[in-house]
Ligand binder design. Structure first.
Ligand SMILES: [Mg+2]
Length: 276
């Protein structure tokens, strides 16, 4: 086998579909930890310098390129600057786990209003952190979700553990859900996840093959969706951007790459192979 082929049976079926009909493939990636390195302050995140170029090269040969992320669309647009990039004229960004959608072809974002319970969470959260002596945790207001980051605390793992039950209680009381991530708990609307977002887009496109890459617990739903589509006869490839701090996806992936650097290398090889 030449090039960056997967080693699993399901992955090989996806690979063969991708190579034989690239124009039918939807290629989608999570953002943080997958296209962008994990950093202490999410506001200071940056994409791998070669990411946008390589996504554009892929965009010229595959049916669709998408970013499926917990981040708001605005934040991805600011960090990745994909507007006007050759090959990304059809890019779709599904932000906040699919609540928001931005289409490069239209240049505008669509999203429902923020969930009703979020205002109450916003009010109560600082007090709750104070009672747990975790007021140094960083609260990120995403507009349609609120995230509590513990990465910069002296003992992030302990903080995360102590936060879990009280945050779950707070979210439930306001009719909201909790999404765990890497050193972060996010409170957001119930009933939408990356899996549904990815599947809807794949259906809308009529994709014959779905390639998805992620790094974290928030990507499990997207993995489940690709597995389900594979069971229904639509091939796909699951890629894991691996790191030392999270291994939730490695055992399920068809291809494991070493973080965003490894992913960019893999994508560059894939783009070469698809264009050859
Ligand atoms: Mg991620």
């Amino acid at each position: 086998m030449i090039g960056p082929a997967p080693s699993t049976i399901a992955g090989l079926a996806g690979w063969s579909s991708l190579l034989s009909d690239p124009a039918g493939a939807l290629v989608a990636f999570d953002f943080d930890g997958t296209l962008a390195p994990i950093v202490d302050d999410p506001e200071r995140a940056y994409v791998h310098p070669d990411v946008v170029g390589v996504l554009g090269r892929l965009g010229n040969v595959v049916g669709g390129v998408a970013i499926v992320t917990g981040r708001p669309v605005d934040s991805v647009l600011r960090l990745a600057s994909p507007v006007g990039v050759h090959g990304l004229g059809g890019l779709v960004i599904l932000g906040q786990y699919g609540v928001e959608r931005w289409d490069a072809s239209r240049g505008e974002a669509a999203a429902p209003p923020p969930p009703a319970g979020l205002a109450g969470v916003r009010d109560e959260l600082p007090r709750l952190l104070e009672t747990l002596s975790l007021q140094a945790a960083h609260i990120e207001d995403k507009g349609r979700a609120v995230a509590v980051h513990v990465r910069r605390l002296p003992d992030p793992d302990d903080a995360l553990e102590r936060l879990q039950a009280p945050i779950a209680e707070l979210a439930a009381r306001h009719g909201l859900a909790v999404e765990p991530g890497r050193q972060v708990l996010e409170i957001r609307a119930r009933g939408i996840d990356k899996g549904q977002a990815l599947q809807s887009l794949a259906n809308e496109m009529g994709a014959s093959c779905i390639v998805f890459g992620g790094d974290d617990l928030g990507d499990v739903a997207a993995y489940d969706a690709v597995d389900e589509m594979r069971r229904q006869g639509r091939p796909g490839i699951l890629i894991c951007s691996a790191s030392a701090e999270q291994d939730a996806l490695t055992a399920r992936a068809d291809i494991v790459v070493a973080g965003p650097d490894g992913l960019v290398g893999w994508l560059a090889e894939l783009a070469d192979q698809l264009r050859a």
